[in-house]
Design a protein around this ligand. Structure first.
Ligand code: APR
Ligand code: PHB
Length: 392
């Protein structure tokens, strides 16, 4: 088998890259370890930045997003029992965010790739990358039927997420890794309950952070700060609701609506960046290159920003022989990725309880929340980061 760009991973990064390359007239093959059903149903993030929404619409995959996505013009920060609104649209000159589940983005991308005759090989097992320092790198894998296969490419895109093989195939000395593990996790639930208010609420509480979000007019998404490596068995439904009520109920009586819990999961909180994001003809994008804690809702959007740069860089090289963008891929992406890492760290630090926090730290956090929600300068900074920094 041969293609121009071999892509490992059918997450948002790999599928969007394949879609953007197709629009440039460049052929790719996507290899995905899981089944189509699995990737189309996996519950992940759900907040799309303005730039991600614009890119989906501009490249012809935004119809369902525009029909079913929930357009939000603000978010709320809650502390000391009171909610304060951040008017994203007013503060950013008209930008907003859209609530649309990551697996819906995946479905739209897969449908578009299949309709355009694109090749996605699901259940491709044991992928390994070879000869990335040559002009013809290769990916070996086992087909769903168990046959040994080889995909010859001009370039390889490692879009295989945090646990993927591409990053770990690069010799250790060639990469620098920067990591911060946060001393807590998030317990997330999906509940069959109408969202009790229209916008997301980020809550600071002495017992820990809580987040109110949603997926549709019928489904609420909620998160609680919990211990790292928390065992879900310790969290029967009643305990989850009681803790959510304790942390989220406001002085005016507002609390999330309750309903059947459809899904529960634990999310680690980690910041990680690898430098550079390229080794020979292997380019890393998305979670394969960097992880952000979910507090800023940035992981998916950052993956899309990477492949937007990568698709343009590959097109400039393949179609016009210009290699400047490709040579600068890592530098361009890392510059934005570190700003996103900074924002995610800042939101996380402001809103969570750290195990060694003193009374001083808690008062400082409350002062920061008070400042951020009353200073126009601080509100503007929060808003411009939340709706998304420009994609380069
Ligand atoms: N071979 C083939 N596919 C692989 C392999 C492998 N060895 N290892 C992992 N994969 C697949 C995974 O099954 C997954 O479908 O690669 C895909 C990676 O997708 P994501 O983890 O979604 O990563 P990415 O596309 O970078 O998306 C960014 O943003 O919201 C956050 O973490 C969330 O997934 C999200 C991410
Ligand atoms: C979500 O809806 O899953 C969500 C929303 C905002 C975040 C993180 C996750 O910051």
């Amino acid at each position: 088998m041969r293609t121009q760009v071999g892509i490992v991973g059918a997450g948002p990064a790999g599928l969007m890259l394949s879609h953007l390359l197709h629009l440039e007239g460049i052929e790719s093959v996507v290899l995905e370890a899981r089944s189509r059903k699995y990737v189309e149903e996996r519950v992940r993030a759900g907040v799309l930045e303005q730039g991600t929404v614009d890119l989906m619409i501009d490249t012809g995959i935004g119809d369902r997003l525009q029909r079913e996505g929930l357009l939000h013009h603000g978010i709320e920060l809650s502390f000391l029992g009171r909610r304060r609104r951040v008017d994203l649209t007013e503060l950013t000159g008209g930008k907003s965010i859209t609530i649309y589940a990551q697996h819906e983005v995946i479905r739209d991308l897969i449908r578009a790739r299949v309709a355009a005759g694109g090749q996605i090989i699901f259940e491709a097992d044991q992928a390994t990358v070879h000869d990335v320092n040559s002009a013809s790198p290769r990916i070996r894998f086992r087909s769903p039927e168990g046959q040994a296969c080889e995909l010859k490419c001009d370039f390889i895109a490692g879009c295989d997420g945090w646990h993927g093989v591409c990053r770990s195939s690069i010799p250790e000395g060639a990469l620098a890794c920067y990591e911060r593990t946060y001393p807590f996790a998030w317990l997330g639930i999906l509940a069959q309950a109408a969202p009790a208010t229209e916008e997301l609420i980020y809550t600071y509480h002495p017992r820990g952070f809580a987040l109110f979000s949603m997926r549709s007019p019928e489904v609420t998404r909620l998160y609680l700060q919990c211990a790292p490596e928390e065992d879900l068995a310790n969290w029967p439904d009643d305990r989850i609701w009681e803790e959510l009520r304790t942390r989220m109920t406001c002085a005016d009586g507002w609390a999330p609506n309750e309903g059947e819990i459809l899904q529960k999961g634990i999310t680690d909180m980690r910041g990680f960046v690898v430098e550079p994001m390229q080794h020979g003809r292997l380019f890393l994008a998305g979670d394969a290159a960097h992880i952000v804690p979910p507090t800023g809702a940035k992981g998916l959007n950052l993956a899309i920003a990477d492949v937007h740069v990568l698709a343009r860089a590959l097109a400039a090289f393949i179609k016009q022989g210009r290699r400047e963008l490709l040579d600068r891929y890592s530098e361009i992406c890392l510059r934005r990725a570190w700003k996103v890492q900074r924002f995610s760290w800042w939101m996380t630090s402001m809103l969570h309880c750290f195990p060694d926090d003193s009374g001083f730290d808690r008062r400082r956090q409350l002062a920061e929340l008070d400042y951020v929600t009353t200073s126009r300068a601080a509100l503007t900074s929060l808003a411009e980061n939340y709706v998304g920094l420009p994609m380069e």
